[in-house]
Design a protein around this ligand. Structure first.
Ligand code: BTN
Length: 242
């Protein structure tokens, strides 16, 4: 694996994108840093992290060998790869909050930012991971936590990184071999609040109830509504209240 370690950078996702445009990457190139000055989260949010305490990295994945019609499978594969690593560390009550937050009980410990790249009509993707490892204080973030907060253990960041990348290769291989359903089923089996009565908020701020039933191959969330209809939602249309 090509591993680039940086003391500080604006965002590992942005740095990796530059590398891709300069033709400097191979499949599974990883950029990891101790500090980001402009860490980015999903839907235009900011990703903050105390210097040196957490894992922040971006991985390059060449999609030309995959069925790129369904990029959400890459997102599922990465969520499962992280979940597998955290399971081996005995982190309790793990689940994936759609689309790709990793929770322990109801606290977020990891976020993933996937950005697609199209260069010379060949698709590839940047998978950015922010995993809260040894940070113990999260000011104004009541739903965030870290591995250390949960177990009391101080972790080696490098070991966790290598484990996640190895698991990501394993899940990508499954996709390459055509095991799409297997990956989707495993993802759904680990979905936060699957088949449980839940409250959601729509884009207008209105609340409604339903049961999460799974995801479509395009990554939409399937919710069984009270009128018995199953409706599909994309990220901008629905927020789970928990
Ligand atoms: C989220 O909002 O949950 C996604 C957070 C993703 C953060 C990671 S940290 C490494 C990589 N570089 C970034 O700028 N963002 C991702």
């Amino acid at each position: 694996m090509q591993l680039i370690k940086l003391d500080a950078i604006d965002s590992t996702n942005s740095f990796l994108r530059e590398m891709i445009y300069n033709g400097m990457v191979t499949d599974y190139t990883v950029v990891v840093t101790k500090h980001q000055t402009n860490g980015r989260g999903q839907m235009g949010t900011v990703w903050n992290s105390e210097q040196g305490k957490n894992l922040m990295f971006s991985m390059f994945k060449d999609l030309s060998i995959h069925d790129v019609e369904f990029p959400f499978y890459i997102s599922m594969a990465m969520s499962l790869a992280i979940l597998k690593t955290l399971k081996t560390l005995n982190i309790p009550y793990l689940s994936i909050k759609w689309p790709n937050d990793i929770l322990s009980e109801d606290k977020k410990v990891c976020g993933i930012l996937i950005e697609n790249v199209i260069k010379n009509r060949l698709n590839s993707t940047i998978i950015g991971v922010g995993l809260n490892v040894n940070q113990t204080r999260f000011i104004d973030l009541p739903k965030a936590s870290s591995l250390k907060n949960i177990t009391g253990i101080h972790y080696d960041l490098d070991e966790i990184l290598h484990s996640i990348v190895a698991n990501a290769r394993m899940y990508s291989k499954l996709l390459q071999q055509g095991y799409y359903d297997k990956v989707k089923k495993e993802y759904e089996a680990n979905l936060f609040r699957i088949d449980k009565p839940s409250t959601f908020e729509n884009a207008k701020g209105e609340l409604f109830s339903g049961f999460i039933k799974g995801v479509t191959k395009y990554g939409k969330l399937m919710v069984h509504l009270e009128d018995r209809m199953v409706k599909k939602f994309d990220l901008k249309e629905i927020t789970l209240r928990y």
